[in-house]
Design a protein around this ligand. Structure first.
Ligand code: KIV
Length: 257
């Protein structure tokens, strides 16, 4: 059996230049399958809202929904590091951030992730001080999609570039063990990855991050109604399911009665 992956493993992987392969999992079978396939990190992301729960974005995902899915994924007892997103508005104060991070850990998460930079630094410091491994999330922040009016690439403007760099440095100094960079321009993602000691995990941010994360449903074509432009699906599982169902339906015999 492979040794359990921890935050320290990810740091060592960055130092060795070994890519971190991260995917989302929201339930027991997917967590088990992806773990058996050798994924480094599993995230019960709040993308759960769109690809599993049918919400239009991540802002409607609740804490009880996250806990329910974290419990299911944790039952797979993965070798991969298993983390969970703090849902929208669950970390507006230091007290709320620590309370909700502890609830996700009680449900089985080995780390928590929250979106934002220096504006949530007190919350990050408190989570780290409580002994809970913390992963940052910079760039496009899906929990802000309504204010931002869509999913926009970050880092094109010099002001955004400098803010991203300063936020990434602040997260590393605050004790985050990794940071997700979402829809950050590839040159800025590369610069951040070179400048900070902790691993960067990119999504739509080019190849030069310490690792990559995808929503599993996008990778395997399980949510065919929308696929982000930067994802190249490796399987068309939606079509395979429909073909299998159609074949089974055709095989049904008329009853004698
Ligand atoms: O919610 C999510 O799934 C995420 C990742 C895709 C980074 O935050």
């Amino acid at each position: 059996m492979n040794p359990k992956i921890t935050a320290a493993t990810l740091r060592a992987m960055k130092e060795r230049g070994e890519p971190i392969a991260a995917l989302t999992a929201y339930d027991y079978p997917m967590a088990k399958l992806l773990d058996e396939a050798g994924v480094t990190l599993l995230l019960v992301g709040d993308s759960l809202g769109m690809v599993v729960l049918g919400y239009p974005d991540t802002t409607q995902v609740t804490m009880p929904e996250m806990e329910h899915h974290v419990r299911a994924a944790a039952r797979a007892r993965p070798t991969a590091l298993l983390g969970a997103d703090l849902p929208y508005r669950s970390y507006e104060t230091v007290e709320a951030a620590v309370t909700h991070a502890r609830r996700l850990v009680a449900a089985g998460a080995e780390f928590v992730k929250a979106e934002g930079g220096r504006e949530i630094l007190p919350q990050i410091q408190a989570i780290v001080a409580a002994g809970i491994p913390f992963c940052g999330h910079l760039g496009m922040l899906p929990q802000h999609v309504l204010e931002e009016g869509g999913y926009h690439i970050k880092g094109r403007k010099e002001e955004e570039h400098q803010k991203l760099l300063a936020d990434a440095r602040a997260l590393a100094e605050a004790g985050a063990f990794a940071v997700v960079l979402e829809l950050v321009t590839p040159p800025v993602a590369r610069e951040i990855s070179q400048q900070i000691p902790i691993p960067t995990i990119g999504i739509g941010s080019g190849p030069d991050c310490s690792g990559q994360i995808l929503v599993t449903h996008d990778l395997i074509g399980a949510f065919p109604w929308f696929t982000p432009r930067f994802v190249k699906p490796r399987l068309n599982s939606a079509a395979e399911i429909q073909t299998a169902v159609a074949a089974w339906k055709k095989s049904l015999q008329p009853a004698d009665s």
